[in-house]
Design a protein around this ligand. Structure first.
Ligand code: ARG
Length: 276
């Protein structure tokens, strides 16, 4: 079972994007139904609650300006991968989201990040890359190309471990796995190929294994600072197990954004500056 919680939470710097233009106008994952209709005002309110929760937990939140016509830009986790202050830019798999790559890179440059990389290969940022202490876990199968894993490894100078996603509901790594700390994870094994399940078992033999029910409400799309876990309110079983391990769970209502296939983590890009 997962190691008990570390003593102090890590103060972090997050990047978020207000869902001013949020909509479900196209379907690029099985959660999206353009005919279902979204309540944008409600989406904005839910997003504000998430942002305020991050702030109340002692984290810093920067905001990138939303761009009209880019309804998925609220999912800031896809906007890049920042490790040791270096920014590996995103290159989206779908035409609909392609302009987000340059929009996010532009924000990074203006915010003073000097080491930025325009990627050659398709990758959707922290959606498919999860940075651990020793390695970066990276997924392929639906969005990010395996070649991008190597590109990121070379640019960031950190070892990248390739994992295969196999269930279209869990099309990004961060829909099926989250970091409890720099050395422990929680994940839903059913989202991965048999080989990748073996890799995860070997690397994290004591990981918290989530159920399909937890995963199906995007409960694994969670943000954990080592102490506090921000996650979908519906993932009650997973929340109970995390509490039993000593974590403080903060349930958030994000069902409006889930209509686009995103949750708490999708809305939150971790800015791992040089010291983090
Ligand atoms: N509609 C978006 C897409 O399909 C949702 C992205 C969710 N983001 C994430 N990090 N999983 O690309």
């Amino acid at each position: 079972m997962a190691r008990p919680v570390g003593s102090a939470p890590v103060a972090r710097h997050y990047l978020m994007c207000r869902p001013t233009y949020f909509a479900v106008e196209y379907a690029i994952n099985p959660w999206m139904d353009p005919d279902a209709g979204v309540d944008r005002t409600r989406a904005i309110r839910q997003w504000e609650e998430l942002r305020d929760l991050h702030l109340s937990l002692g984290h810093r939140v920067s905001e990138v300006a939303p761009v009209e016509g880019l309804p998925d830009m609220v999912f800031a986790a896809n906007g890049g991968l920042v490790v040791d202050g270096r920014v590996y830019g995103a290159r989206f798999a779908s035409a609909e989201r392609t302009p987000e790559g340059p929009a996010y890179l532009d924000w990074f440059r203006k915010a003073g990040y000097t080491e930025t990389r325009e990627p050659k290969h398709v990758n959707e940022g922290e959606g498919d890359f999860i940075t651990m202490d020793d390695v970066i876990l990276a997924a392929t199968g639906f969005r990010t190309e395996a070649a991008a894993h190597q590109e990121a490894e070379r640019f960031l100078g950190r070892p990248v471990v390739t994992l295969q996603l196999t269930d279209p509901r869990f099309y990004h790594l961060d829909t099926a796995l989250f970091a409890l700390s720099g050395e422990q994870i929680a994940y839903y094994p059913g989202a991965f190929s048999a080989g990748s399940r073996r890799v995860l078992r070997a690397l994290y033999p004591d990981a918290l294994l989530a159920t399909e029910e937890d995963a199906a409400v995007l409960g694994l799309n969670a943000v954990c600072d080592g102490h506090d876990v921000v996650m979908a309110a519906e993932a009650t079983a997973l929340a109970g197990r995390l509490r039993a391990l000593g974590y403080t769970v903060h349930p958030v209502e994000l069902d409006e954004l889930r209509k686009a296939g995103g949750g708490a983590k999708c809305c939150t890009l971790v800015l791992r500056d040089a010291s983090v």
